[in-house]
Design a protein around this ligand. Structure first.
Ligand code: DX5
Ligand code: ZN
Length: 230
């Protein structure tokens, strides 16, 4: 089975008490948090900036996977790098010079990722695939938590995983939006490694159980696939 993990997205946590809330997902199966940064320009919503990233870095032991849904990325990357991001992902649609922006992330010794909106073809990132650490396939239009999963993301992930294995690339495939115990088995089977879950985790009163339920759903589906006659 492809290696995978679940990354709780703090977008769905209580914004007045991030530190207490993220401690509820401090579990052996969780080592990374997903941090959604929105600027009210690239997406129609505003969240938070580098100060929240710095605070999470200071008060928790999680790795921080920072998803920038902002314009003007080059002006902001240094601040998020200094705040302690372990991975910074930028949108293909948000920068004119994707290759340069990815290099800027790397120049701060931070892992770099590129994200694609649902309508953006894989072809648009073909020439950076060799160099990125992560590709984020959006399975909702970015901007809000709690939206419905766009089903054709599964096919997109599958195609990307095929390119990865054909070319022997090393990037991680991340999927973000509408990931739940129902959709997680589909994206995991298609080749996704990092499964971002916001409302499915922080919307539940028992976060440990919510994460466990997603793992169970993935493992049950994998067992079923293995027992099918070939
Ligand atoms: C959406 C964000 C997601 C969001 C996912 O723009 O990028 O990370 O937190 O939320 P859910 O899991 O509720 O769809
Ligand atoms: Zn995100």
């Amino acid at each position: 089975m492809t290696d995978y993990k679940i990354l709780p997205s703090i977008l769905a946590a209580d914004h007045g008490r991030f530190i207490e809330d993220v401690k509820t997902v401090d579990l052996p199966t969780v080592d990374t948090l997903h941090i959604d940064v929105m600027d009210g320009h690239f997406v129609p919503n505003i969240t938070f900036g580098p100060a929240v990233v710095a605070s999470l870095k200071k008060h928790t032991n999680f790795k921080l996977d920072v998803h920038l849904m902002i314009d003007n990325v080059d002006a902001r990357i240094p601040d998020f790098a200094k705040a302690g991001a372990d991975i910074i992902t930028i949108h293909q649609e948000a920068t004119r010079h994707l290759h340069r922006s990815l290099n800027l992330i790397r120049s701060h010794s931070v892992k770099c990722g590129v994200a694609l909106n649902p309508a953006t073809p894989l072809e648009t990132i073909r020439w950076v695939l060799e160099e990125v650490d992560l590709v984020l396939i959006m399975s909702v239009n970015p901007g809000f938590g709690g939206q419905s999963f766009i089903a054709n993301a599964v096919e997109k992930i599958r195609e990307l995983a095929e390119i990865r294995s054909e070319k022997n690339y090393n990037f991680v495939i991340e999927v973000d939006g509408g990931v739940s115990k129902k959709t997680a088995p589909l994206v995991q089977a298609a080749g996704a490694n990092f499964l971002v879950a916001g409302s499915a985790v922080f919307g539940a009163s028992d976060r440990r159980q919510a994460i466990e339920d997603i793992h169970q759903a993935i493992e049950t589906a994998a067992r079923k696939r293995r027992s099918l006659p070939v």
